[in-house]
Design a protein around this ligand. Structure first.
Ligand code: PLP
Length: 397
């Protein structure tokens, strides 16, 4: 039994069995900015890295640490650093690794703020950013160079729902640019569906605001990787560059939310499949983007690399006006950005999450202003379908 490895459903509940003070079952919230040293020598040793122990909550906090250890276990990484947002995790990670003169090869379909960071800010630091279609392995082969320091993409791209073959891209990149770090934003899938590190990626980043917390009440992010990479990301990206530290109250809420990740993802994925099938047969809908439908161009990759197809669906109406009318006609679905919550959320990427992209960039990313994005929640799928049906009837007369 000593070598027994726990399944993800057990890991989300127990983590690595921390012994909490006073035998507390739930993680205590260490609401403190700093930690008192026993002696000047002890303080000096901790700063010098010669003695373990907490120093100051920007460098580590027991509640946050318990969460980081659980997420590292879940993603199969050696270590994890928590951030106060997904964008904190992404900027803290890329700014820890990339230097002036480096080449960043990224997918052209990305969450809007990641896209803005890559295309507007990183070039100001002398980082060359090139955007390609990462789901096309020939494009990857044609564009990876000896000085490519990072390859970046989303497991399931926001909002076009394209799925990149993590194993194939990682194997090729490492064969031609061994120093290149393949970095995957696993927000849309969660570690319940895909573990990018086990498929060959080097770093996983998350907006924990979404499925990991799952209850729409926290903004947070994670970066997960090998110990040496994580040390750099914590001591440079978190400590010095962004200072985007996750507070212990938020860490506690995510520890609580994580306990139900497996059951939430199972129910959400099942519901999303039903909703996607309904949308697929609806004469009101022009096109459905969901990797669980056999006609999706990346269905085979998704089947191979994902345990389930996820809870995110995008669909195109016949016109921008119809898309807008549907958004204004839903009653049960909440008209809100974000995703991964118990409530079904519906939004319009072109004017909301991706409003910083030009029309050309939106087209290049594979979507249009007719696209609606749906994050399927935990409601009965029949109720979500009934809400969409009544919205279609009202919007498409
Ligand atoms: N990555 C993806 C795929 C996202 O959808 C988002 C936000 O929607 C982020 C990162 C940024 O996360 P946060 O809002 O927690 O900063």
């Amino acid at each position: 039994m000593s070598n027994h490895t726990y399944a993800p459903a057990t890991v989300v509940v127990h983590g690595n069995h921390p012994k909490n003070p006073a035998g507390a079952l739930a993680a205590p919230i260490f609401q403190t900015s700093t930690f008192v040293f026993d002696s000047a020598e002890q303080g000096g040793s901790r700063f010098a890295g010669k003695e373990d122990g907490f120093i100051y909550s920007r460098l580590g906090n027991p509640t946050t640490r318990q969460l980081e250890e659980k997420v590292a276990l879940l993603e199969g990484g050696e270590d994890c650093t928590a951030f106060s947002s997904g964008m904190g995790a992404i900027s803290g990670t890329v700014l820890s690794i990339l230097r002036c003169g480096d080449h960043l090869l990224a997918d052209k379909t990305l969450y809007g703020c990641t896209f803005a960071l890559f295309t507007e800010k990183l070039p100001q630091f002398g980082i060359e950013v090139e955007l390609i279609d990462m789901s096309n392995l020939d494009e990857v082969k044609a564009h990876v160079r000896p000085n490519t320091r990072m390859v970046y993409f989303e497991t399931v791209a926001n909002p076009s729902m394209k799925v990149t073959d993590i194993a194939a891209v990682s194997a090729h990149v490492h064969s031609v640019a061994p120093q290149c770090l393949v970095t995957v934003d696993n927000t849309f899938a969660s570690p319940m569906l895909v573990k990018p590190l086990s498929l060959g990626a080097d770093i996983v980043v998350h907006s924990a605001t979404k499925y990991l917390n799952g209850h729409g009440d926290v903004i947070a992010g994670f970066s997960v990787s090998r110990g040496d990479i994580m040390h750099t990301i914590r001591m440079v990206g978190l400590k010095d560059v962004t200072g985007a530290v996750l507070g212990p109250q938020e860490a506690y809420l995510i520890l609580r939310g994580l306990k139900t990740l497996k059951v939430r993802m199972d129910a959400i994925c099942q519901g999303a499949m039903e909703v996607a099938k309904f949308l697929d047969q609806s004469p009101r809908v022009q096109k459905v983007f969901f990797p669980g439908l056999p006609q999706h161009p990346d269905y085979e990759v998704a089947k191979r690399e994902m345990a389930q197809f996820g809870g995110m669906i995008a669909f195109e109406m016949k016109s921008f006006e119809e898309a807008k009318a549907v958004l204004n006609a839903v009653k049960l679905c909440a008209l809100a950005v974000s995703l991964g919550d118990c409530e079904t959320l519906i939004q319009h990427p072109a004017s909301m999450t991706h409003s910083m992209c030009t029309r050309e960039e939106i087209e290049a990313a594979g979507f249009s202003d007719r696209l609606i994005r749906l994050s399927v929640g935990l409601e009965d799928p029949a109720d979500i379908i009934a809400d969409l049906q009544q919205a279609f009837e009202k919007a498409c007369r």
